[in-house]
Design a protein around this ligand. Structure first.
Ligand code: FES
Length: 188
């Protein structure tokens, strides 16, 4: 019998200090499952994702819309659809031949001016309302024509055929006391 072992004591190997400490306070399991989310937490996460998705879709739609708008905007026009030039006298009505549209500059734009039998004038943006190609006047066919996608317009600016889908853009104008054709912008 071991002299150091008193009767009634357990036999076996003594615990080291580290083992004793580990036994006293066992470590947390590493992969303990996370506590389930409360309904409020789930809802706020879902709401945030919906907002994020909505904002993303909104920005994409806005950017696409802007690109399309810029593409159909005739050259030389501001985003409001108006030229940046103010009222400008561009022709003497008396010097124009009746019923024959002539091309004249108005700021960065070019317009057709056609003297009418009643002494008024028709004035149109020379940019096609489709995607802005420059229209030309075909005297023989008695119509304005677009070289890009084959749209045609009657002498009064109304759409005759083609993909433009709308009439020519009318230039806002008046005949002043001196008989000048004064253009001040474009209708929408
Ligand atoms: S730009 Fe004139 S029909 Fe397309």
């Amino acid at each position: 019998m071991d002299e150091n072992h008193r009767p009634g004591e357990e036999t076996g190997t003594e615990l080291t200090a580290a083992e004793a400490e580990a036994e006293a306070s066992p470590a947390e399991p590493a992969d303990e499952p996370a506590a389930p989310r409360t309904p409020d937490e789930s809802m706020s996460r879902r709401t945030f994702l919906l907002w994020a998705a909505g904002i993303s879709v909104g920005f994409t739609a806005l950017a696409s819309g802007w690109m399309v708008y810029e593409a159909v905007l005739p050259p030389g026009r501001s985003v409001e659809g108006k030229t940046k030039v103010g009222p400008l006298a561009i022709a003497k009505l008396d010097e124009l031949e009746e019923g024959v549209p002539v091309l004249l500059e108005y700021g960065d734009d070019v317009v057709f001016v056609a003297k009418q039998p009643d002494g008024s004038a028709l004035v149109f943006d020379a940019a096609c309302p489709h995607v802005g190609c420059k229209l030309s006047w075909n005297e023989a066919a008695d119509e304005f024509e677009c070289p890009c996608h084959d749209s045609g317009f009657h002498p009064d600016g109304t759409l005759a055929y083609g993909p433009a889908g709308r009439d020519m853009i009318v230039a806002v104008h008046e005949i002043d006391d001196d008989g000048n054709v004064v253009v001040s912008g474009f209708e929408g």
